[in-house]
Design a binder for this molecule. Structure first.
Ligand code: UDP
Length: 236
């Protein structure tokens, strides 16, 4: 059963439960779509009803961000652990290496997806990344053919939000892969262009604070959190 936070669905499943479901989706040739939910997206979806519909169309909305956990607590929900976009992606990579599923990386600046591919190959021996494509390719037919010819089961789409989610909804029914996940800037992180917070920050749920120190201009975006929690408390 999904929880609904200010009109946006969130899945209470853990990495393990999601991985099991996704394996079952592939086995049954079911299409599924994973989207990361954070307070920023929920707040945007208050005014932007198209975005709300888009987020709610996903098969699995993962609770990415400490704000979603706090909101679930406030609403006496059950979600207690974050499932971040990048860790979900890495969990699926590990699963794919183990179960021989094929992966495609689509998005980011030219060259970045290839760098992310070789990083993933170092970390997950046996992983089968069957193709990559940058997120600035304009030739729609070339995009479709490259993805379909790769015969991938899982595609990670790193084009930023909500562009990647729109792209997924527009293409998932007709393209070959079964599993679609929007992963934002994850290829940049994997390629080493952007650093993730040290493990200590991550464990404390303070990754946002680390990002703020590194990229202070994000303050505007992060100020949304207290506003978001107030709104959840008021329940509207
Ligand atoms: N990007 C892309 N095609 C575009 C615009 C952006 O592939 O037309 C990529 C960009 O290079 C970056 C990612 O999308 O790798 C966006 O990352 P960001 O961290 O801004 O995404 P967020 O998760 O914050 O939406």
């Amino acid at each position: 059963m999904k929880e609904t936070i200010l009109g946006v669905d969130v899945c209470p499943l853990t990495y393990e439960e999601l991985t099991e479901r996704i394996l079952a989706d592939i086995a049954a040739a079911r299409k599924s779509f994973i989207v990361a939910i954070n307070p920023e997206k929920i707040m945007k979806a208050q005014e932007d009803l198209e975005l709300r519909t888009l987020l709610n169309r996903a098969t699995y909305q993962i609770p990415d961000g400490i704000g979603v956990i706090l909101a679930s607590k406030l609403k006496k929900g059950k979600i207690r652990k974050r499932v971040t976009g990048i860790d979900m992606m890495l969990t699926l990579c590990e699963m794919a290496a183990k179960h021989n599923k094929k992966i495609f990386l689509y998005g980011a600046k030219p060259g970045i997806a290839e760098e992310a591919k070789s990083k993933l190959e170092d970390v997950y021996p046996g992983i089968n990344i069957v193709g990559t494509l940058d997120g600035y390719e304009k030739d729609e037919q070339r995009i479709i053919d490259t993805i379909n010819n790769s015969d991938a089961d899982i595609i990670f789409v790193a084009k930023g939000s909500p562009a990647q989610e729109n792209w997924i909804v527009d293409h998932m029914e007709t393209l070959r892969p079964n599993i679609y996940q929007g992963v934002g800037g994850s290829f940049d992180v994997l390629s080493g262009r952007l650093k993730r917070a040290p493990a200590g920050f991550q464990k404390l749920g303070m990754e946002w604070f680390y990002r703020l120190l590194k990229e202070p201009w994000r303050i505007q975006r992060q100020m949304a959190l207290p506003k978001f929690l107030l709104r959840v408390m008021k329940g509207s």
